[in-house]
Design a protein. Sequence first.
Length: 397
Amino acid sequence: MNITDFTKTYYINRRGTHSRKWDGEHLKFSRTDLLPLWVADMDFITPPCLQEAIANYVKTTPLGYTMTNPNYLDAVINWYKCRHNCNLSKDWLTSAPNVITGIMWSIGAFTKTNDTITVLSPVYGAFDTSTSDAQRHIVPIAMKRTTDNRYTVDYDAFESTIIQQDVKLFIHCNPHNPVGHVWTEAEMAQLFSICKRHDVLIISDEIHQDLITGPIPFRSALSVSNGAYADNMITMSSVSKSFNMASLHHAEVIIPNDELRSQYNTYKALVYHTDSDVIAEAAITAAYTHPEAETWLNTALTVIRENYEYLCRELLSALPKLRISPMNGTYLAWIDFGAYVMADDMHDVFENQCRIAPSFGEWFGGESYATFVRLNLATSLTNIKVATHSIIEHIQP
């Protein structure tokens, strides 16, 4: 299926479906008539094989108490092996309703009140919220932006912050939301070796692992240096981004270390009493085993890449001083409008003039990013064209 046919077949008008992105603009914005490019989900309906897997389960099986289906575990292990060249053991797998909940449970299980947690900034704002809600301190370490708008780490600053702030936990994000960076093995090895040296536990949020849209291949944190750091690590992922199933609440939590996994599961048992989510397991199994699902995903990535290239080409032609970060992973464009728009004017320009609902930069690390926006490109090219030309019309070079 080509990308035009993909969009015709799978794009859906979500207005009026109780979509947070389309119908929840009042939660974040001053008006509700905006083109929404904020919440990180897709405007594409899930592939038919996933729909059928859910429907068939409901039609043929009582929704009673269940245990984890071994076919689901096999599907996860096979996907990691075949798509990401990462070998898992069934024993390593546990779960959470979603990645953010898994992070919150890990914070509760492995740190104490007032402990310090660090992230690389800018970063997904829920990391900060989760830490604050858990009454821990978060210390963001600002990444450096290069002249070609890529982001790198000052490893000396990373290590000195860990030492000076007595950091207990590092939340890693790969691919990185919002900047779209896919971490190389060498970069992760430097970060993880510092963590290991100072006994800092690593959580690696890999929810965007399947959304690789550039030349750098994804490598799970579990595989870095042949698994040298896996014993000090909790890795999390989900099909929610890859196959647009965020409302099916299930995430894989992968913990190779027996003691850490036992500690996580003990904490989980205190706050969450339930059996397996059979609907999610059925959908995940189909997503990870049915050829139609992988074809759907690969075509969706082609659509997203075309949207990104169109956006960059048109915006930079009209507004050449924009700074757009390379989107090697995720479906999220990270753009600095600082050459054209003052920080104090960003909300007015985008909401009242461009009529676009973006994710504003300050949501990812405060006022340092107030001239940035994050735009969700997992939608139709038509929507991206509307957004692009509205920006060009209302922001003067």
